[in-house]
Structures are given as C-alpha cells and as structure tokens.
Design a binder for this molecule. Structure first.
Ligand SMILES: *Cc1c(COP(=O)(O)O)cnc(C)c1O
Length: 884
C-alpha cells in the first residue's frame, strides 16, 4: 500500500535513456502557444546529446557550480559579495538540479500518455524553497559541507530567502502540502495559480495595533521560477455576444473588448525520495500587444499606456481575506484569468494527443480548491460548445466527469456569490452559459419534485432578490462528479446542513478527504532534532514516507532515556524560539515555562478572544494569591499569539490590540514575574511557523464546534509532539480518535449543542450565562485596567449584548477547567513527555500523503508514474564521458 521503501541506493535505478527521449528530440511541453512555432531539432543535434548529462553532486562539483553562478549569473566579485548573493548563487545551483529532473519528468509523463490532475487554486502558501528542495533532493548534507568548507553556514543562507506568501492561511498552505505529496507519490500533476507581485501583507505591530506593509516579495528577484516567454494566452473581458446560424446550427460568438495576456512562470516542485519533479505554473497578467493598436492609431498614446497598466494590475495583489468573500471586480478578473489560461493550457496539451473530446475525462482530472476557480467549469463548457462545436450534452459529459470540488468552509460570509450584473458585464457569455446550466438542472429537479419551490430555490444557481447573484458553490456542485469536505465532521455537516438538498439528490457524489500536511516540511525541515531522534528510534528515515510505521514504536513513550532525549529536543527548539521572541518582541521568556501557543488567522470563530480572556483570568487569580503560594498553584506559562487580521476586519484587529494591551500590563508586573508572560508574535507565516511550532508544548485549537472545517496547524503541532487544548471541531475529532482523548485537553460544547446554547443566550442577560469568572474579567477590562477602553469595550460588546454567536460565554468555564488539567499534567514532566511522544507517533494519518492517495484513488482515478531515476554513479560516468 504505502510508500516506496528504501534509500538512495535502492531508488537510484539506472536510467533508461530511450524512455527519456521524445521523438525528434522536441520537448513538447515548451512549445509556444502564441506566435513562434518551436523548431523541432533533430535527436542527433549536439545540444540534446549534451543535455543528457546530469550534474554531479560531489563537494567539489557543488562548490564549482555555486562559484560559477557567483561569477556568471550574479556577476559578483569578492569586493561586493554578501550573504544574500551567497543565497542567490546556492539557489541557482540547486535550481539547476531541479530543472534536470523537472524537464525529464514531464517528458516521461508525456511519453507514457498518462492522465493528469490539474490542481486549481487562487492561493499557494509555499514557504521558503531552498531547504525544502535540498531535503527533497537529499542533498542537504552535501550542500552543508560544501558551503561550510567555503566559510558559509547553510542555515544562515536559508534565512536570506524571502517567504513567498501567495496565500492567506490554511487553504493556501494545503495546496502547497498537496503539491509536495503529489510530487513525492509520483502522481502526474500540475499546480496552477497566480503569480501575485504582492503576497499577503507583512504584519507589523505599532503601539499594539496591526499595521499592514505591502509585501513586494520579488524585490530581490526569484531564483526559483522559470519565466516562459513562449507560453502566453490571450484572456478576454467584457464585450458582446452575437448569435450566428451556420449549417442550420446556432453558434455563439463572444467578442471581448479588453484583451490581456497571461504568461506562465514555472516553479519546480521536487518530490522526496524520487526523481519526479512537478510544476506549479503561476500566471502573470501582461498587456496584449495587439489590443491597443486602436488607441495608438487614434493618437491617444497615454490612454493606450493606461490600459496596458490596467492589464498588469490584475495579478498585482492577493486579496488578504481569509474566510470572507470580496465581491470586487478585480477579484473576479483574477479568478477568470487563472481559469481561462489554465483551461487553454490543458486543452493545448490534450490536443497534441489527437484524442476525441469524449476521452478528455480519461486524461484529465480538474480539482477546484474551493469555489474560487469555479468558472473553469463554465470556461470549458464555453470552449467546447462555442469553439470546438460540441453539442451541449456532449460537452457537459466531458466537463462533469473531469471536475471535482473541495469545500473549505460553511461560514456564510465565505460563500462566494457574484452579482449577476457584475458577472454579466465582465463575462457575458459565461453568465449566459450559467443560466443555461441552471435551466436544464432545475427542469430535471422540477420533474423529480413537482411544485417543491423550496427545493428549487435552494438548489438554484441563481439567488433571486433585489440583488440577484450566482451561487458559486451550487455551480461547483452541479458541475462536478465529486464534492468533498476536508474533515469527517465537516463533510458530514455538508451533507446534513449546507448541501443537504444536493446530497439527497446524489448521495454518492459527496465524499470526505481529511486534510493532511507534509512531514517533509513540517518535521524533517522544521524540526531536525526530532527527525534525528525518529531516525534513531525507527532505525531509518522511512517514517518520512510512511508516517504510519511510527505507531510500531509506541513502547518508547515509557522509556526514561528516550523521554530525556525527547525533552532535550523540545528544549533546543524552545531556545530557538526564545531568541526569536527576544529579538522581535523584546520579551525575555523563561525557557522552563510552559510554551502555550495559538497561531492562525485571527477570526472570531477561532476564538483567540477566549484565549486572551483566560489569560486575564489567570492574571487576576495570580494577583489574588498570596506571593508565597503562587508557585504552588500556578505553572509558569509563556502564552503566545500570532496571526494576521484581514485589514478590514475591525473586531479581529481589536483582538490583537487586546493581546498587546494585556501583554504590556502583565509582562511589566513585577509581582507576576515569569509566572505569566504574554507575547504577540508578529507576521505569522510559513517560515515563522517552522520556528514556532516545534517549540510549542501546548497548542490551542479552540474554535466554536462546527465552524473550523478541518484546521491543518493542529496536525503540524501534533506531529511535533505538542499537546492540544481544543474543542471537538474539524480534524480535532479525528486527532482525538488517533492519539486518544486522554492525550489531549478536550473541552466545550459539541456541534449538536451549539444551536441550543445560542438560543438560550439570546433570551438572557450576559451576566447570567457568563458565570462569575468571565464576568469579572470583562469588568476588569471595562474598568480600564489595560487601557484602550474604547476599542476594548467595543470588542467585548461582540460577546456581551445577547449576541455571542461563537458561544464564548457558554464554553468559558469548561475551557478554564481544561486549562487546570494542563497545569496539573505539566507538573509531571514524565507523564507530559509520554503524552507528547504518543501524540507524535500516532499522528501518521495526518500526512498529506494519505490525503493525496485518497484523492487520486477515490476522485481522480489517477495512477502514479515514477520516472526512471539515473543513479548517481551513472551520472558521474556520463559526465566523465562528456568531459573526456
Ligand atoms: C498551517 C498554516 C495555517 C493554517 O492554520 P490553522 O490553525 O489550521 O488555521 C495558516 N497559516 C500558516 C502560515 C500555516 O502554516
């Protein structure tokens, strides 16, 4: 079932050159789409012969390749060479190695005529590339040594890389973990997204408030991407549609009035323990040269230039909203650009196969990461009917059988609904096709359920009202053969609540695919100490590909020697975070205190507010306790928060303000000392997460039951031996199943109880349902104990005025009790460590390798395709032959 075993020596199969060669030496993937036709070189051409060699990886070879890039790529001399340049040269040297595998991978896929999965996502939270690439190529050791020999510490070289943050949070990070698993498991896959010039803003904290700074991440260039000057597609917007009758058949012609170009930027994604390297293709919008001739000819030079700038602006900036829907025209343009360029690219590739359209689903699976790229369904319909001339039903078969949709949230504010006016203006033909799909769909429904108006109106793709909208979730469900939620509880809620009527129509369409995270980045890269320990326990690093084998070693949890080493690893990670916090926040933590961490986007449903209110509760209790008894009653804790608030989300920003106000008060209270420290960790992102998560001992996942679809950071924390304090929500439920409830701190209302609690609160005064402990906390804030009374009172009003939608008041007591259990357990170091070990060893289910195998088998019907891997010695001999 799982994972190819064995290390380097086993997997480096000897190369089968004939299989790697494409007829005529022509590399079809890099054919032009607009303009130039590639010159098909002869296989005898010397270029292609020379390219068959692979780069050697000896220390000297690595050094010479780095030095080559210093001189010829960067044009640097010894007099102006900095650590940044060192990073750039090293990255180029690693990129060279990625490109070899990358080119061969797609040539091989192409030769084998495999089915592809296209993963469409508006977000990829990819994180830094250098270490990940070296780990996956299994060259980290060699590069470390090569660099050390030249006087550079590889870890400080890593720190030079900007963190590409082309996503908001969990959804974008999931897409990145999935790419890693798809490459590692040898699935023929393509990731498609947008190359935003500005990623998610950088968060600074000024006077306790969040300040957003633009993230121009391409500032220092991007050594990882390959710009494809020859892969460009035209994208149309606005304009009009006309109908024409040709041979008795009606044809629709859409003429766009704004035409821009999408250009491909390729980002190689190396698999681990395989030569397979797949592509994340990101589109950048550019002006189209043909389009503005008219303005130029009319002499309006500046108007023409303005329209060119508008074109470039489309992929400028990522929308910084997590779990809210924007409704802006520019956002719709972004979505359509991704969709249209990707579908054109997939069609071009398919057409080279010279197969019939009805075979499309046999060769292509398209996965929609949420509804953001849902227009792909409509775009493929449009091209098949309007341009390729298929009948509607034929086209629908092709579309329906290739698309699948992943839902990520049931929060109503996150469900995309595009205004009919906006959509019809920007994409008139697409709106027409949506109406058509809806018409045919609703006719079927009304035949099955005559006069059931409620059903018709909930299933309809169109939401009627003064402001008519298109429901993108309904479009995605109707146009897909599979719909999945991202954790068992969430998938169940989809079938019983949000998509109940769709479920009753076609129960077999609905599936669950519990999220996962890649152990390569989240253990192997982020926690080298733990990786080394696990290697020793297992006797190999096979766990990186097969996390389930860790279960076989559970008996070590009781071994005092292992427990000691486990604690040492955690302590080293805590030390690293200690310096990180000292440098960035100016706070001196006690390394022996319990590191208690909640990092994730700031949102009311995630209830950071409940966490900080409990911190205040703890503070008040410490102050009330006589000094000599404090150490007996309270475990010293360092409580850390981190996460970005959407710029327009005032309540979320006030939560940050409150955390910082409490931090200021508590950290400067001499009486409290190291018993309690509170820190806001600025600018939470992937690379910071890689420092924060391994250092955490207690991790908070405390959303209102039913509202966190899955959560993925809970999985990262568990793998790294953190104990979770959490509600029975999202994937926490399955984590509890795997690691055992006794190894977590579960509290709070269950999903079934939430609605009733809400109703109860609606009819009473908050002082009644808050309980005395929470009331006292709120009164302390309102008495201006922490300052910022205006902001903080407004914040409290979100839970006070019979309006506590996230039932924070109802869950508070149970949360405090769970926190007491945390203190009690932490006093017993051995028991705590045992549970920490068990959490880690039992977390195998949450590897994204498991998730991706399930997608491949149960939705995509996709087979792995591993490319023959040239052995190292084979490479060396080849080089020798070519040199001599
Ligand atoms: C994993 C991750 C998330 C998702 O966190 P949740 O707690 O699951 O919401 C968000 N941001 C970053 C940077 C991550 O790495």
């Amino acid at each position: 079932m799982s994972a190819q075993k064995g290390r380097l020596s086993i997997r480096r199969k000897s190369i089968v050159h004939s299989e790697l060669q494409v007829a005529g030496g022509y590399r079809p993937e890099f054919a032009s789409s607009v303009g130039n036709t590639p010159v098909a070189s002869q296989s005898t051409s010397k270029i292609w012969k020379l390219m068959e060699k692979y780069l050697p990886n000896s220390k000297e070879a690595i050094q010479s390749s780095v030095v080559n890039h210093v001189e010829y790529t960067l044009a640097k001399t010894r007099f102006d060479f900095t650590l940044l340049h060192c990073y750039q040269a090293v990255s180029h040297s690693v990129r060279d190695r990625l490109i070899e595998a990358f080119n061969d991978t797609y040539q091989y896929f192409n030769n084998k005529d495999v089915k592809y999965v296209y993963y469409l996502s508006l977000e990829y939270l990819i994180g830094r590339c250098l270490q990940n690439a070296l780990v996956n190529l299994e060259l980290e050791g060699q590069y470390k040594e090569a660099m050390l020999d030249m006087g550079y510490n590889l870890e400080s070289v890593y720190e030079q890389e900007v963190d590409p943050a082309l996503g908001n949070g969990g959804l974008g990070r999931l897409a990145a973990c999935f790419l890693d698993s798809m490459a590692t498991l040898n699935y023929p896959a393509w990731g498609y997204g947008l190359r935003y010039s500005y990623g998610i803003f950088r968060q600074q904290i000024k006077d306790g408030y969040q300040v957003e700074v633009p993230d121009y991440w391409l500032d220092r260039g991007n050594p990882w991407e390959i710009e494809r000057l020859d892969v460009n597609y035209q994208i149309k917007f606005y304009g009009s549609i006309t109908k024409k009758v040709e041979d008795g058949k009606e044809r629709t012609i859409w003429e766009g009035s704004e035409i821009i170009v999408a250009r491909a930027y390729d980002n190689p994604i190396p698999g681990y323990n395989t030569f397979n390297t797949i592509n994340l293709r990101l589109w950048r919008s550019l002006p189209s040269s043909e389009f503005d001739f008219k303005s130029f000819n009319q002499g309006d030079y500046f108007k023409a230039l303005e329209s060119r700038q508008r074109a470039e602006f489309i992929t400028s900036v990522l929308y910084p909203n997590d779990s809210t829907y924007a409704g802006k025209e520019l956002r719709l343009k972004q979505q359509y650009l991704l969709v249209s360029a990707t579908i054109q690219d997939a069609i071009r590739r398919f057409k080279k196969k010279r197969k019939e359209w009805k075979e499309w689903p046999k060769y292509n699976a398209l996965q929609l990461n949420d509804t953001h790229p849902a227009l792909a369904i409509v775009e493929l319909m449009r091209i098949l009917t309007d341009i390729e001339g298929l009948e509607y039903e034929e086209a629908w078969e092709v579309v329906y059988n290739s698309f699948a949709y992943t839902n990520h949230t049931i929060l109503p504010e996150a469900l995309e609904k595009w205004g009919v006016e906006l959509l019809g203006n920007l994409l008139p033909r697409h709106l027409e096709i949506i109406y058509n799909i809806n018409h045919i769909f609703l006719e079927k429904i009304s035949r099955k359920y005559p006069n059931d108006w409620r059903k018709l109106s909930t299933l309809s793709l169109v939401e009627e009202g003064t402001h008519k909208t298109i429901r993108m979730a309904n479009l995605s469900i109707v146009g897909s053969h599979a719909v999945n939620g991202v954790a068992a509880l969430h998938s169940q809620l989809l079938t019983t609540n949000l998509f109940k009527d769709f479920y009753e129509l076609r129960p077999a369409k609905f599936q669950n695919k519990t999220n996962g995270v890649t152990p390569r980045r989240w253990i192997r890269c982020a926690n080298p100490g733990l990786s080394a320990l696990l290697n020793d326990v297992v006797g190999s690093d096979d766990w990186i590909l097969d996390m389930d084998i860790l279960k076989n070693f559970q008996k070590i949890a009781d071994d005092p020697a292992i427990q000691n080493r486990w604690m040492q690893v955690k302590r080293q990670n805590k030390e690293k975070l200690y310096w990180w916090v000292k440098e960035r926040c100016g706070v001196d933590l006690n390394i022996d205190s319990l590191f208690d961490i909640q990092v994730k986007r700031i949102h009311e449903y995630k209830r950071q507010l409940m966490n900080i209110l409990y911190v205040i509760r703890r503070y008040l209790d410490i102050k009330k306790t006589p000094a000599e008894e404090r150490r007996k009653l309270f475990v010293p804790r360092s409580i850390m928060f981190g996460g970005k608030a959407a710029p327009g989300y005032i309540t979320a920003k006030r939560i940050i303000r409150l955390v910082n106000a409490v931090s200021q008060k508590v950290n400067n209270d001499q009486e409290v000392g190291d018993l309690l420290k509170v820190v806001f960790l600025p600018n939470y992102n992937v690379s910071n997460a890689q420092v924060i998560i391994p250092a955490s001992e207690l991790s908070q996942h405390i959303s209102t039951a039913g509202l966190e679809a899955s959560g993925t950071s809970n999985m990262k924390f568990v793998m790294n031996g953190c104990l979770i304090i959490g509600t029975m929500d999202g994937a926490n439920v399955e984590i509890a199943e795997e690691v055992g409830e006794e190894n977590m701190f579960i509290f709070g209302a269950r999903v079934e109880q939430v609605e009733e609690l809400r109703n109860k609160m609606r009819n009473s005064n908050y002082r009644d349902y808050f309980g005395p402990r929470l009331t006292e906390v709120c009164d302390a804030i309102s008495s201006d104990l922490f300052g910022y009374k205006y902001d903080l009172d407004a914040l409290l009003d979100t839970i006070r005025n019979k309006n506590d939608y996230y039932i924070l008041g109802a869950d508070f007591e149970s949360y405090c009790e769970a926190q007491q259990r945390v203190d009690n357990l932490y006093r017993n170091k051995s028991e705590w460590t045992k549970k920490s070990i068990l959490n880690s060893l039992r977390s195998g289910k949450f590897s994204s390798d498991r998730t991706i195998r399930q997608y491949a088998e149960e939705i995509w019907d996709l087979e792995p395709c591993e490319i023959p891997n040239p052995s190292k010695s084979e490479k060396e001999r080849f080089i020798q032959r070519n040199i001599n």
